[in-house]
Design a protein around this ligand. Structure first.
Ligand code: PLP
Length: 413
């Protein structure tokens, strides 16, 4: 197999996305056109019933802006779940605040409301609730804890665009919420994100913060436009015979960006956070947003295939909750040999997912710098040893999903 079955590497990109990216690279006179940004914010807010939405160049920039709008600063404690990405604790640390890690639940990979309540102290200011893999967290319980202790609730809906809890879109339950449009999220503009705020004071401050936040350089913007193009036309078609080295080369020479900068693993902040979403990337996001429902239905069909084909195997399947609708960003399964399976699959050019192999991923993140104390969240640590995730995106066909299933079943034998 030369083209991999991959969970990441530009998973949402179809031919029209590639054409749009190419068209924008050559239309240099439109690089500074900001009209698509307002259009995207308006369409996004209308579609999900938010009163307003403010775009930034990433979920990380969104979170920085929310924390600033909420007046979070030196010494404040922000409760976050372990089994997360360093993109969550880093913005907290960059504000001078302290991430306090809450354990998660095996059944949904999300925050455990009981452990949350145990970890509240007089310094606690806010809870960031993550909807992991797109599965809504137990919002009622978590909101209850926030109300009892007068804490702000921030929803990390980076994985969960289109997910619902009791028929309402995630992102509408907290004081503020953010979504991500980064390269392997529900929709993608390579880098991008959106803030919404049910709390009007926070919303007003976000609007002010957005106004004084700069747009990224043209170099950075065009670098992102190359991602769908080069991944789909040059890297993926030859991935198994050198494409992966081509990708590294493009990144080394800064033709393509990386999702996480090396310094973030040590708690450092790249210069391009926080910044606003530039017009060309807003255009990519608009096209993706227009395809969201078709892509969501596809993800659901692939997830149903996994549920059907993997039941009665040694793989522990995710639990279903009648009051929750997952975005199915990734389909997580558990197995004691998860890391071995992931490695073997990668060797066969089947790039199944490894979110998350550490309580604060990626695995080479400096946990001490993230203020994570080993042993403090045993469930999250067990999950990070046992979880692998399967692709559901629009480029993962039924045949691809069947190949993944048959690989897993063979492994079991
Ligand atoms: C759970 C979670 N929250 C937040 C983020 C940050 O999003 P972004 O990559 O757009 O900065 C990510 C993505 O890396 C994530 O996985």
């Amino acid at each position: 197999m030369i083209r991999p079955i991959s969970i990441s590497l530009s998973p949402n990109t179809e031919a029209d996305d590639v054409r749009l990216a190419f068209g924008q690279i050559i239309s240099f006179w439109k690089w500074r056109d900001r009209s698509p940004v307002l259009k995207l914010e308006k369409e996004f807010a209308e579609r999900f019933g938010f009163s307003r939405a403010w775009s930034f160049n990433s979920g990380r920039s969104c979170l920085i802006s929310i924390l600033e709008a909420a007046g979070i600063g030196e010494g404040d404690e922000i409760l976050v779940q372990a089994f997360t990405c360093n993109a969550v604790p880093n913005p907290i640390l960059w504000q001078g605040a302290v991430p306090i890690y809450v354990d998660c639940l095996e059944e949904d990979f999300n925050m455990d409301a009981f452990d949350l309540e145990r970890k509240v102290t007089p310094k606690s200011r806010a809870v960031i609730v993550q909807h992991t893999f797109g599965e809504p967290a137990d919002i009622d319980r978590i909101r209850g804890v926030c109300e009892r202790h007068n804490l702000l609730l921030i929803e990390d809906a980076a994985h969960a665009l289109g997910a619902e809890y009791k028929g309402r879109p995630v992102g509408s339950f907290g004081d503020a919420a953010f979504f991500s449009f980064s390269r392997d999220k529900v929709i993608s503009s390579v880098y991008g994100g959106m803030v919404t705020a049910a709390n009007p004071e926070i919303g007003e401050r976000i609007a002010g913060i957005q106004k004084r936040t700069k747009f990224p350089s043209l170099f950075w913007t065009v670098q992102q436009l190359f991602h769908p193009l080069l991944l789909n036309l040059m890297v993926l078609p030859v991935y198994g015979i050198g494409g992966k080295y081509l990708l590294v080369l493009f990144q080394v020479f800064h033709v393509l960006s990386k999702a996480v900068h090396r310094k973030e693993k040590q708690g450092g902040r790249p210069s391009y956070f926080p910044m606003r979403l530039p017009g060309p990337l807003a255009r990519l996001a608009l096209l993706q947003l227009s395809k969201l429902e078709r892509m969501r239905v596809h993800r659901e069909q692939i997830a149903e295939l996994y549920l059907r084909e993997l039941k009665n195997t040694s793989f522990v399947l995710p639990r279903s909750f009648p009051e929750r609708r997952s975005s199915r960003l990734r389909f997580p399964v558990r197995n004691k040999k998860a890391h071995e399976i992931i490695e073997r699959a990668w060797g066969k050019n089947m790039l199944i997912g490894d979110w998350y192999t550490s309580p604060v991923a990626p695995a080479d993140t400096n946990l001490a710098k993230m203020r994570y104390e080993p042993g403090s969240c045993p469930v999250a640590e067990a999950l990070s040893r046992e979880t692998l995730n399967l692709p559901t995106h629009i480029r993962c066909s039924v045949l691809n999903a069947e190949a993944v299933v048959s690989f897993l079943k063979n492994y079991e034998d």
